[in-house]
Ligand binder design. Structure first.
Ligand SMILES: [Zn+2]
Length: 105
């Protein structure tokens, strides 16, 4: 598989995970890497108007993050991960450090 194919496959599997989440399935999604039905959906809400959706596999290292422009319809406060929020906050701070002219919160 060349790089382009790998990227296409990754985008396709990410799109599939997102569409399953939109359909209301937040657990036992098929992992694109290990193929186990072990991916769960988590959320991070590090700042107003900043929502992120994480897909994390319990059986391997697979994880991917999708940035949402609005609150996802399948957003659940029960699934907000503090760890992920802290990591996201660091990312936001890093972004602010690199781009001082842009106001983030
Ligand atoms: Zn996996």
């Amino acid at each position: 598989m060349d790089d382009q194919k790998i990227i296409e496959e990754r985008v396709r599997s990410q799109t599939r995970l997102v569409s399953q989440a939109y359909a209301g399935q937040l657990d036992s999604l098929e992992c694109p890497d290990c193929r186990h039905p072990a991916v769960s959906v988590w959320f991070a809400h590090p700042a107003a108007n900043t929502y992120r959706t994480w897909f994390i596999c319990a059986d391997c290292d697979f994880h991917t993050r999708v940035q949402e422009l609005t609150k996802p319809p399948f957003f659940s406060a029960d699934r907000v991960s503090t760890d992920l929020q802290e990591r996201d906050l660091l990312t936001l701070k890093g972004a602010r450090f690199k781009r001082p002219s842009q106001e983030l919160m």
